[in-house]
Write a protein that binds this ligand. Structure first.
Ligand SMILES: *Cc1c(COP(=O)(O)O)cnc(C)c1O
Length: 389
């Protein structure tokens, strides 16, 4: 029997997507305003309990605008993680600011202990400003990524940000639907804890609009500024006056139609992803040398991406395992290359990167789409097993 190809993470469009898109086309509301844009924004804000939401073209443009409304500008610095997708960091450079790269902890998200040590030991806090001793530059913000649907230690990071007067931008592009289920942040969703949060609706994310994104916040003033920037900074609709340089970053009504239908299904997707995660965990537990990395215990994760950690007891190393899986029609890939090692960032400051190197060398992402079947998961486990025992 021919085994079908099992992709890593693909869209699942079996809800009302076609109905809503058809309606958008039939009514000829296809561009950057329309009822679907409004309701997708409202429904997203409601879902995560934020004061408001502004839709954008993609997660990257959302992060660009979020950093800008937080006041990041030329010559400033922003603390960022090194173990993440490069789209989290490029917007810092779009604003002619510079990133400082921070290590991760075992959640794969930014290590709060190192963040605190860096602020205390490598910086001076004066006049309400955190100044980097090495460069003399003003560090205005910390950009936190909730990697693979896990959550960063936001309780600790918020304390540090308060202590040193840093704005927090949450890159929640991978973590829509994840929230704290215990502790002081109980009930708080990824993206709603910092100053501003950003989601992505790229094709591989938990819900998709083809391409798209959303900025959320509890600060309505900042949201107003964000919307202004995404709409060419137009301050008068009739006479077209503009008070600063804005962008054309708005989402279209067609994208929002898809997004609204997707949002209606998000809890179903999370449930399917959780079941598949548990099934993988059960099967992989018995294979010497392999482990499914856990999500934090004090959260309800959206289970977006699954990370397989390979140790030396396993007969294959990372490269060989990826190749073996590909030969068996299973798409798998290593975690992203560390950003501080990428060409455009070689001259930027790094702070004690250790854990990120270990996870970079030993983590492989395996298929996690919400439409992955139980049989698919069993087939993948069996492939992994036939080598390990
Ligand atoms: C997907 C992603 C982005 C960018 O989102 P786009 O919608 O593709 O622009 C940014 N940061 C991280 C961590 C991501 O995974």
């Amino acid at each position: 029997m021919d085994q079908k190809f099992i992709p890593l993470s693909v869209p699942n469009l079996k809800g009302k997507e076609l109905e809503y898109v058809t309606h958008a086309v039939q009514t000829e509301w296809v561009s950057s305003v329309g009822a679907y844009v409004d309701s997708f924004e409202t429904k997203t804000a409601e879902y995560v309990n934020a004061a408001g939401a502004i839709s954008v073209q993609n997660g990257t443009s959302g992060l660009h605008v979020a950093l800008q409304v937080c006041g990041v500008s030329a010559g400033d610095e922003v603390i960022v993680p090194t173990l993440t997708f490069i789209a989290a960091v490029n917007p810092v450079k779009y604003l002619s600011a510079d990133p400082i790269f921070m290590d991760c902890d075992d959640s794969l998200c930014m290590d709060p202990v190192k963040l605190s040590d860096f602020c205390k030991e490598e910086c001076i806090f004066t006049d309400g400003k955190l100044i980097n001793k090495r460069t003399g530059k003003y560090i205005k913000a910390v950009l936190v990524v909730h990697v693979f649907g896990n959550l960063a230690d936001m309780e600790r990071i918020t304390e540090i940000a308060d202590e040193f007067n840093l704005k927090i931008i949450e890159d929640a592009t991978e973590a829509l639907g994840s929230y704290y289920s215990e502790g002081v942040l109980k009930g708080k969703f990824a993206g709603t804890i910092g100053t501003l949060g950003v989601y992505s609706f790229n094709g591989n994310k938990i819900i998709t609009t083809g391409g798209g994104g959303m900025i959320v916040s509890n600060d309505k003033e900042l949201l107003k500024k964000a919307k202004h920037l995404t709409t060419q900074a137009k301050s008068d609709d009739l006479y077209y006056t503009h008070d600063e340089i804005g962008y054309n970053y708005r989402m279209t009504n067609v994208q929002a139609a898809i997004g609204l239908a997707q949002l209606e299904q998000i809890e179903t997707f999370i449930k399917q992803k959780q079941e598949n995660y548990v099934a993988y965990q059960e099967g992989i537990r018995k294979i010497p040398g392999l482990q499914m990395l856990p999500f934090r215990e004090d959260i309800r994760s959206n289970y977006w991406f699954y990370s397989l950690f390979i140790s030396e007891d396993y007969p294959l190393n990372r490269e060989n395992l990826i190749q073996y899986l590909n030969e068996n029609k299973i798409q798998a890939r290593p975690v992203w290359g560390l950003i501080n090692e990428q060409k455009p960032y070689l001259s930027n400051q790094v702070y004690k990167i250790e854990n990120a190197k270990k996870y970079w060398a030993n983590v492989v992402n395996i298929p996690c789409s919400s439409n992955l079947t139980e049989e698919d998961v069993q087939y993948i486990i069996n492939c992994l097993k036939s080598l390990g025992s």
